[in-house]
Design a protein around this ligand. Structure first.
Ligand code: NGQ
Ligand code: ZN
Length: 452
């Protein structure tokens, strides 16, 4: 049972809240209660966020790509470096890195993760004896950390728009449609050993890495559950798709595919006003990855117009160059302020930016991961976080300013506790498995660095 001094419910703030949990879900909520012996006591209880987009292995190359070489560095030169790094990763290393980054996510206030998983095979492209070996490693990392996993095996068939063959650096990613179906089935089987809130969705990597017929085939076979796709991150990607398919990526997808509220469109960065309106109307979630989109020089999201039309959104950490819930949210708002030369952009009408973004990302992220969470309400999964309002960043604030303080003045250290479907993995600001997870990571990095 959890007792909180204050908590943010869908209807607003309450005091002295007592929650009971059952089978990972919130069973009862009482306000104006007194704590009882044995309750886990926290200060301020909030819904935890879903981290809707991660490539966990990229965490281990953070800081290795920030050096300018002659000529113009771009997303595409970053990608070449990333591919070279990817070539060397062993299954043990992939598991150790995933466990580390999942732990960091939980310590930052994320209860769940959408792992967009496309490194499937050995370095030369030969499948492992178990086709889903590396999905199994991701599942093992989720089991070790207790994070709520939505595993998204990726279909990555082509090296570029127009069915260009895979490049050498992409050998670990590719599958035929039959191979992909087997992989998804096998991943589903492997995830049966995880708690019931963990699940498998699908992820055609991007329009450029698939083709209309094959996209249609995998949607037909697995259309029931989360569907994630990278959509319009870079201008070159938009131009390539326009030339190949005769429409911009978001435009093409919305016209040719039944995009529903099971969909999550990652990096819907480059959209016209019409695309923005139509995407908002589709019920799909915009998967925004503010730190990565800044790091890779993608560009700012069309935020005000999307919000004004009721568009749903969530937050992901994508390249995992930095794991920080608070910094993701403020980077999103700051990208809008810098572009518009304005303040307090991401709200419709009047209101708190922090609350708009935090609540919106909690609901949208849970939707994208198929989690039935995102609010503190009876029947929802107990994806919860607690923060310490006595922290110097928050101690002077009124209750209704706390989320703004968290998002704009706070650091992740204010997070004291995190539950993923009731699994209480972060306590006193630290993950309960931290020591072992960090030791495994250091060992993995030593072996990786000697191979690079
Ligand atoms: C990814 N990253 O899937 O990791 C991609 C690069 C690709 C981003 N789009 C790989 N940020 O596009 O093929
Ligand atoms: Zn991505």
């Amino acid at each position: 049972m959890i007792f909180a001094n204050r908590a943010l419910l869908p209807t607003g703030w309450v005091e002295n809240l007592r929650l009971t949990l059952s089978e990972g879900r919130i069973e009862t909520i009482g306000v104006s209660q007194t704590a009882r012996d044995g309750d886990t006591r926290v200060d301020v209880l909030l819904p935890a966020l879903a981290n809707l987009h991660s490539h966990s292995f990229q965490r281990a190359m953070a800081g290795m790509t920030e050096y300018r070489k002659a000529g113009k560095d771009s997303f595409w030169t970053w990608r070449d470096l990333m591919y070279r790094f990817t070539k060397e990763l062993s299954p043990d290393q992939i598991e150790a890195i995933a466990a580390l980054v999942f732990m960091e996510m939980q310590e930052a206030g994320f209860a769940s993760v959408g792992e967009f998983h496309y490194v499937h095979h050995q370095s030369d492209g030969t499948p492992y004896d178990d086709l889903a070996e590396l999905s199994g490693r991701i599942a093992a990392a989720a089991a070790e950390t207790g994070i709520g996993l939505t595993h998204l095996p990726v279909l990555y068939t082509y090296g570029g728009a127009g069915q260009v063959p895979l490049q050498a650096g992409q050998a670990r990613f590719g599958n035929t449609i039959d191979g992909y179906n087997d992989l998804v089935d096998r991943a589903r089987y492997l995830l049966r050993s995880l708690p019931a809130d963990c699940q498998v969705g699908i992820a055609p990597h991007s329009l450029r890495a698939t083709c209309p017929e094959e996209l249609g085939a995998v949607l037909h076979d697995h259309g029931n559950g989360p569907v994630h796709i990278h959509i319009a991150e870079q201008p070159k990607e938009v131009a390539d798709i326009l030339q190949w398919l005769g429409a911009r990526p978001v435009e093409w997808l919305l016209k040719n595919v039944d995009v529903s509220d099971q969909w999550c469109l990652i990096h819907a960065t480059h959209m016209t006003d019409a695309e923005t309106r139509d995407m908002a109307g589709s019920g799909a979630v915009a998967g925004l990855c503010p730190i990565t989109e800044a790091n890779l020089g993608d560009g700012p999201f069309n935020g005000p117009s999307y919000l004004a039309q009721g568009g749903r959104f969530g937050i992901g950490s994508d390249s995992n160059v930095l794991i920080s819930l608070t910094e993701e949210i403020r980077t999103l708002e700051y990208s809008q302020r810098l572009r518009d030369v304005a303040r307090n952009v991401m709200v419709v009408g009047e209101g708190s930016i922090g609350e708009t973004l935090f609540r919106g990302a909690a609901r949208g992220g849970a939707q994208a991961l198929g989690r039935g969470a995102g609010e503190i309400a009876v029947g929802e999964l107990a994806d919860l976080m607690a923060i310490d309002s006595t922290d110097i960043a928050l101690c002077a604030l009124q209750t209704d300013q706390l989320i703004d303080g968290l998002c704009f003045a706070g650091r992740d250290r204010v997070v004291t506790d995190v539950w993923s479907a009731g699994r209480h993995s972060v306590r006193g600001g630290q993950h309960i498995g931290r020591e072992r997870i960090v030791a495994n990571y250091r060992t993995a990095m030593k072996s990786l660095m000697s191979a690079l």
